[in-house]
Design a protein around this ligand. Structure first.
Ligand code: ZN
Length: 567
């Protein structure tokens, strides 16, 4: 039956069956990839919901251009079909959602690497999968019949759809929740992505945008003056220095720090070789804000120095180290531009996390292979930075099934309800897996027999129903609790390196310290001094002075407060 015949047969009453068939046709392309992601538990529900809701959007051009029904519907279908092929292929191979970070990885890799990356799309069994997908799309297309809407009704319906899907959420974020324009636009993009395969259509544009931001930051960094009077006690000695930055790991959940559940058996077994510092905090409970201080001279009192003074990465380059940055954190999100810029201060980067949403399945074990490769690099002096996803929300996406170890409420406060126990268990399982990752990194480093030291700490902690009242989950700078800030801080040194440094006694391990001053500790460990070096801010220096542990938002100096006791 042709479309023309259909049109003439249809009465002026809306054929709701036809509306539904058309919706099914549009939604199929967006819902299928999201459904696959959701049923395989590789991401949260929100993407599926957005795909179901946002697919209604395609009715707008249909309603506004009734004369071209067939052409419009077919064009939309064709576009969605093409983009869904990429999403499905990417899911089949990686079990993950395609994102603009994938585009970033493709464009940032050298041509050989990106060819390798793209070549993986074309394996033989993709062909039957594509054919089945296309057949399903074709069957749905065959059920599509023109819909007749009186012109006035059509315009009104389009207006309502646009208002509910786009205009209202935009106004709400911007004017009711008072979000800045940039955040609002970002949130809208995220919302639309699953339905229009925005990440494919617009991914490149977004990539260019983030790249421009990053280049501004890089240019600013290039203009920063080098450290004055840099002296290197270990000049010309071969050395490999490793910095492992964890994520959202609260030391109070580690048996290494006395947690009654055995969450860090591997690190516990190594305790005798490790320097375990007991009273260290992160300055801010958010990754970017914390690392802006941790990796630079910025601190709670001078939060903007990261823009005008060298970072640890700059310092080590100046000292003649070849540097590597291996990260399992997202790269190409608007918020992570600063992090990706930090990575660009090093000589070589490995980006492992291409998920679209932070709440997606991704394991830190992936850093081990590129770490082993960096260790094998023949440069005599190396800095290797590993940035983990650690125990970031959603906790259950941070570890493979073998690490589901904590299942009941053993060793937990009896007042905790079942749902809270479940969350704590998944957090503790994530800590258990993090133990495997960190211990494996240390062992790989030890086995490489390169001279130097390794430091591990987390960017900040996480409150998992722990502070009094057992009601807080996550982090909130406005209502700080110790678990949000209490981080593990471990140091392992090769014997030669250890011999050069002041002895680390029990007293030293009990020093209250904020990682906002970490750059001084790092320089001290590396044997570097320069004009801006302040020995009293180095955790291991004999001239160390305990400073107040300031937390809060430094942009609102009044909000700063002293975290009472870090233990
Ligand atoms: Zn973080």
């Amino acid at each position: 039956m042709s479309f023309k015949q259909n049109l003439s047969n249809t009465s002026l009453n809306t054929d709701w069956k036809a509306v539904f068939s058309l919706y099914l046709f549009f939604a199929y392309f967006s819902v299928l990839p999201q459904l696959l992601l959701y049923v395989t538990d590789s991401t949260v529900f929100v993407g599926l919901r957005q795909a179901v809701v946002m697919s209604v959007f395609w009715f707008v051009p249909i309603l506004l251009l009734p004369r071209f029904f067939k052409q419009v519907a077919a064009s939309i279908g064709l576009l969605l079909w093409l983009t869904s092929l990429v999403s499905i292929a990417y899911f089949c191979i990686y079990g993950q959602e395609f994102s603009q970070s994938v585009i970033f990885t493709i464009f940032e890799s050298n041509p050989a690497e990106s060819q390798e990356f793209i070549a993986q799309y074309f394996v033989w069994w993709m062909i039957p999968v594509f054919l089945a997908h296309t057949l399903a799309a074709w069957l749905l297309w065959r059920r599509v019949k023109p819909i007749v809407f009186p012109a006035r009704k059509a315009v009104m319906a389009s207006g309502i759809i646009l208002f509910i899907l786009l205009i209202f959420p935009f106004l709400k974020y911007r004017y009711i929740d008072h979000k800045p324009m940039g955040d609002t636009v970002e949130k809208m993009k995220l919302k639309i992505e699953p339905a229009v395969q925005w990440q494919l259509v617009m991914g490149y544009v977004q990539y260019r945008e983030q790249l421009a931001n990053m280049q501004d930051l890089m240019q600013g960094n290039a203009q920063i003056l080098p450290l004055q009077n840099l002296q290197d006690k270990n000049a010309n000695l071969p050395a490999t220095l490793v910095l492992v930055i964890g994520e959202s790991t609260n030391r109070q959940h580690m048996s290494l720090y006395g947690y009654p559940r055995k969450t860090t058996p591997l690190l516990d077994a190594m305790k005798g070789e490790l320097q375990v510092f007991n009273q260290v905090i992160g300055p801010r409970p958010y990754t970017i804000e914390a690392l802006q201080q941790v990796l630079t001279f910025a601190d709670q009192e001078n939060p903007d120095l990261y823009l005008t003074k060298p970072s640890i990465m700059n310092m080590m380059k100046q000292a003649g180290y070849k540097s590597f940055w291996i990260t399992n954190q997202q790269t190409m999100t608007r918020r992570n531009t600063m992090l990706t810029t930090f990575s660009k201060y090093t000589d070589k980067q490995v980006y492992l996390n291409n998920t679209r949403l932070q709440n997606s399945r991704q394991y830190d074990g992936d850093v081990l292979a590129p770490f082993a490769e960096a260790l094998q690099d023949t440069a005599p002096r190396k800095l290797i930075v590993l940035h983990l996803l650690g125990t970031h929300m959603k906790y259950k996406y941070r570890y493979p099934d073998e690490y589901i170890h904590f299942k009941d409420n053993a060793n937990l406060a009896p007042v905790l309800g079942e749902d809270k126990v479940e969350v704590i268990n998944s957090y503790d399982n994530a800590v258990l897996y993090n133990d495997f990752v960190v211990a494996s990194i240390i062992k790989k480093y030890q086995a490489s027999q390169q001279n130097g030291f390794l430091v591990y700490f987390s960017d900040h902690g996480e409150d998992v129903y722990e502070a009094p009242g057992y009601n807080v989950l996550g982090r909130n700078e406005a209502r700080p609790t110790l678990p949000m800030y209490a981080v593990p801080f471990l140091l392992w040194m090769t014997p030669d390196w250890k011999a050069k440094l002041p002895e680390i006694t029990d007293d030293v391990r009990e020093r209250p310290y904020s990682t906002s001053h970490f750059i001084h500790t790092w320089a001290d460990l590396a044997g570097l001094t320069f004009d801006d070096f302040e020995p009293h801010k180095s955790l291991i220096n004999p001239d160390f002075k305990a400073l107040p542990l300031l937390v809060g938002n430094p942009d609102i100096p009044k909000s700063l407060k002293i975290l009472p006791k870090a233990k």
